[in-house]
Design a protein around this ligand. Structure first.
Ligand SMILES: Cc1ncc(COP(=O)(O)O)c(C=O)c1O
Length: 367
């Protein structure tokens, strides 16, 4: 009998997350040299991992015969010190993606709702659906693709348990002001958990809203961060959440005992202590964004201003065709069909950005 007949019925409609295309796939498909392919599709760090992170992971490799520390004691201690919070407020996850799933596991189930933007990070919807809960998507209309917090507030019902908001948002790269977000956080019911996804917050550090005082006051807020982006450790899978101790304790109950591997714990701890590298990546990213924005302007293409490590360029006719054209030339980007004639590109190195702009120009000429 086909397993679909005895699986959980709601899972039969569960969409599968489509990841950015790996370099090896594109190389195989088009007979290209992997070294000549620029993967600008998943908002990874083009400068590589934090060197201190690599060294720590290499050292930890000798002890992978042992299980990792299931409580992430040292890493949580470092995060607590760095962010000035108590250790009972911190949960570490196998990427912040896992934390989003765990949050959904704790708060969502049949008959409950989670609110998110229509162009929010895809995992919010997937994590909600897997719990057999209902995603409520707030339109983020063109041309600016902003999320209206007033509309989010209006969508709150007695069934709402979670609100997912990323700032800056992926894939749009749009940002909400700190004041707007902090006022919003204070305005929602006390039985609705506000998840602030801060995956790209380090890129806007000085302007990022600080929710930690609100958590201290007792608001049900969860701030998620990741080591995948500015720290360059996406392949190791490590992220963390800061929240109220009662919420942290619930998330701990539903996580796997050894959810974060020992290489990730060691690398993340060392990378956290490598703020020089973080500053270096932030600066290089700002320069790359400027380079790409100017490139789009000279190609006559509109774009959504971004301070994250990616940017959406608009007016690229037939984005799927553009994606295919670009990958044959060695640049992997993400078509954003839901946003119209749009492509999302990760900020690469100066040379990668140059190659991408050249290839994009060739695509426009080919139309
Ligand atoms: C907004 C947002 N949140 C979370 C994640 C997940 O990151 P990770 O699981 O690597 O920590 C991503 C990854 O692209 C993202 O864009």
């Amino acid at each position: 009998m086909n397993a679909e007949n005895f699986a959980q019925p709601h899972l039969l409609k569960q969409p599968i997350y489509v990841t950015g295309k790996p370099i090896a796939y594109t190389a195989r498909e088009f007979g290209l040299d992997p070294a000549q392919i620029d993967k600008l599709a998943s908002n990874e760090n083009p400068l590589g991992p934090s060197p201190k992170g690599i060294a720590a992971a290499a050292k930890a490799l000798a002890e992978v015969n042992l299980y990792p520390d299931g409580g992430c004691y040292d890493l949580i201690g470092h995060i607590g010190e760095f962010r000035k919070v108590n250790r009972d407020q911190v949960v570490v996850g196998n990427g912040s993606n896992e934390l989003l799933d765990l949050i959904a596991k704790v708060f969502l189930g049949p008959g409950t709702e989670a609110i998110m933007g229509s162009h929010g990070f895809a995992v919010y919807k997937l994590a909600t659906l897997v719990q057999n809960a209902t995603p409520v998507e707030i339109p983020m209309p063109a041309p600016d693709f902003n999320l209206s917090l007033a509309a989010v507030r209006e969508a709150i019902t007695e069934k709402t348990r979670v609100i997912f908001i990323a700032n800056p948002n992926n894939p749009t790269g749009t940002e909400l002001s700190a004041k707007e977000l902090l006022d919003f956080a204070r305005s929602i019911p006390e039985n609705v958990v506000l998840v602030l996804d801060e995956a790209y917050t380090e890129f806007i550090e000085e302007d990022a809203p600080d929710f930690l005082p609100l958590i201290e006051e007792g608001l049900p807020i969860i701030c998620c961060r990741t080591f995948s982006k500015i720290y360059g450790l996406a392949g190791l899978r490590c992220g963390y959440a800061i929240t109220r101790p009662d919420i942290a304790s619930l998330i701990h109950r539903v996580r796997e005992p050894f959810n974060v591997n020992s290489l990730a714990q060691a690398a993340a701890q060392a990378a956290l202590g490598d703020q020089e590298y973080v500053a270096h990546v932030r600066k290089a990213n700002a320069e790359g964004l400027k380079q790409l924005s100017e490139g789009f302007k000279s190609l006559g293409l509109p774009y959504i201003p971004s301070r994250a490590n990616f940017i959406v360029v608009l007016g690229v006719k037939e984005p799927t065709k553009a994606f295919e054209f670009l990958q044959k030339k060695g640049t992997i980007v993400r078509p954003q069909r839901a946003m119209g004639d749009a492509l999302r590109v990760t900020v690469g190195t100066k040379e990668q950005n140059e190659r991408f702009l050249r290839n994009l120009s060739d695509y426009l000429k080919s139309l």
